[in-house]
Design a protein around this ligand. Structure first.
Ligand code: F6P
Length: 521
């Protein structure tokens, strides 16, 4: 039986009180709704008015945040306390984008910020070198958090890229991408960036070997930049120690784009752009650390998510950005959210009373409208969404952009309103053609997609994940669940290569290996 939890019981009471009232009725009924549910920080606006909550329900959600002592948890995070309890580490990614600390500041945060500043200087020197040299192509090798952040930022800010090399990303252990890529490159002008916090990740090391062979061991040693917490392994791999940049155990991979992991962003767009990206995130940090919860963007985003997940019982969250430059946002948020809060026990190992992280998925608009929006409008399930829009484009194709924005606004209206009986005069097809509406969603609106606003957007979600992790009681900074599959793959590899099956392997797995082997030439 679920243990009694007064704060969640209050949410259930609010839910019962709201009954079957529709979002559009709430919008009409509450004139002050926008004051409470729309908040802005610089170029970023968060709008919760299309959630199935009213002011009283929002109060109950804020009371939940207080009951979970979220303020204390934020203070502990920024103070560098070991919030990652299972690994006894702090989570100080905010220090990677912090302003220079005062000389007499002896805090853990200041110590981390000093290390980060030294590394940022090293990055800038290496970026100046690559941007003023003969390198035409930079191949970034890394996976998960060592890939998704820089990949997303390079894509999102490609309109800022001037004077740097072309940047390519290789992540998957599937050799297809690296094989196709090297056919297009000149080894004499290719530089590799090798990013692996552990420097043991199979995918990254296999792809790095392919590239080391492609550019030649001597040039690889001379040119490659590595980013890792395992300097010895990187050196043993043949990388010049002067070109090995640090990672630290207080930065999780999925929170690492702000460190030297973001090297390709600076290489492609320049050091100033990378600094502006970090400054945007820093503005969000300052806001998360100090703004009252009533207008604290990450806290409000987190609370809307908790309502949808735990009160409405929705198991997924779709991310639809109406901007092609944010095509990788769902993939980035998948790792950020699901690797952080995809847990079934709390930080003390006790089974959770209610489910945590929803499944995150998504696609850019308007492509998404021609793929899965049918189901969002007329399917049985209620599927919450975050719709992300960008007001000003980076191009002069006005007609395209106006159409994009019209679709963004229209889908939000359609999701909320659905159809009315009078919309469909043909009674025979009314059931098939009508949409119920009342689909909860957030609007995240950026004035433009600049380095600053992108930094804010990513930090908004980082802190949302932290706030939700606190509310659910999970450790958002470990990821033990990814280990099992890696271990089994290691055990199975010899059998895939033609050797014996490992002892004690189950019958279904053994049969699949045999099947594959029987078809291998
Ligand atoms: O998928 C598990 C994981 O450990 C992620 O947390 C991490 O971002 C990724 O693998 C890459 O790890 P590394 O940077 O150590 O190669």
């Amino acid at each position: 039986m679920t243990p009694r939890d007064d704060a969640f019981a209050a949410l259930e009471r609010e839910h019962n009180r709201l009954g079957t009232i529709r979002i559009e009725q709430l919008v009409e009924r509450e004139p002050a709704r926008r004051d409470r549910m729309v908040h802005r920080l610089g170029p970023l606006q968060l709008d919760l008015t299309r959630q199935r909550i009213d002011s009283a329900a929002l109060d109950a959600l804020l009371a939940l945040a207080n009951a979970r002592e979220l303020r204390g948890a934020i203070d502990a995070l920024f103070a560098g306390e070991p919030v990652n309890r299972s690994e006894r580490r702090p989570a100080l990614h905010m220090a990677l984008r912090a302003p220079a600390p005062l000389a007499d500041d002896r805090s853990a945060f200041a110590a981390a910020a000093r290390l980060a500043a030294t590394s940022a200087d090293q990055v800038e020197r290496l970026v100046d070198e690559v941007r003023s040299g003969e390198v035409t192509d930079l191949v970034h090798v890394g996976i998960g958090g060592s890939d998704l952040g820089p990949h997303l930022a390079c894509d999102a800010l490609a309109h800022e890229a001037r004077g740097g090399p072309r940047v390519h990303f290789v992540a998957n252990v599937d050799g297809t991408r690296v094989d196709r890529l090297v056919r297009t490159l000149d080894p004499r002008s290719t530089q590799v960036t090798l990013v692996s916090k552990s420097f043991t990740t199979q995918e990254t090391l296999l792809n790095a070997r392919v590239l080391r062979e492609f550019v030649g061991a001597a040039a690889f040693a001379r040119r490659t930049v590595a980013v890792t917490a395992n300097r010895e392994a990187a050196h043993a791999f043949g990388i010049d120690p002067a070109r090995i940049l640090p990672m630290w155990d207080w930065v999780g991979g999925r929170y690492s784009i702000w460190s030297a992991v973001g090297f390709p962003v600076a290489a492609a767009c320049g050091n100033a752009v990378f600094r502006r990206l970090r400054a945007g995130a820093q503005a969000l940090d300052a806001h998360y650390a100090s703004a009252p919860f009533e207008r604290n963007l990450p806290v409000l985003l987190a609370l809307a998510g908790v309502w949808n997940r735990n009160v409405l019982g929705c198991p997924t969250l779709g991310i639809v950005a109406y901007d092609d430059r944010l095509e990788l946002l769902p993939a980035f948020l998948q790792q950020l959210d699901m690797e952080s809060n995809g847990k079934r026990v709390d930080e003390h190992g006790v089974p959770l009373a209610r489910p945590a992280a929803p499944v995150i998925w998504g696609q850019v608009g308007t492509n998404a409208q021609h793929a899965f929006f049918q189901s969002l409008h007329q399917g049985v399930d209620t599927v919450p969404l975050d719709l992300v829009g960008v007001v000003r484009p980076c191009h002069a194709l006005r007609a395209n952009h106006d159409a994009l924005l019209a679709n963004f606004v229209a889908q939000s209206a359609a999701l909320m309103l659905g159809t009315r009986a009078e919309d469909e005069p043909d009674a025979g097809l009314r059931a098939q053609k009508s949409s119920p509406g009342d689909r909860p969603h957030n609007i995240v609106l950026l004035d433009e997609l600049s380095p600053e606003s992108l930094g804010m957007l990513l930090a908004l979600y980082e802190h949302k994940v932290h706030a939700q992790g606190r509310i659910w009681g999970v450790n958002s900074f470990d990821q033990w669940g990814v280990e099992l599959g890696k271990k089994i793959a290691q055990r199975l590899q010899p059998a895939i290569e033609g050797g014996a099956l490992p002892a004690g392997i189950d019958a279904a797995t053994a049969a699949l290996v045999r099947e594959i082997r029987s078809r291998t030439n």
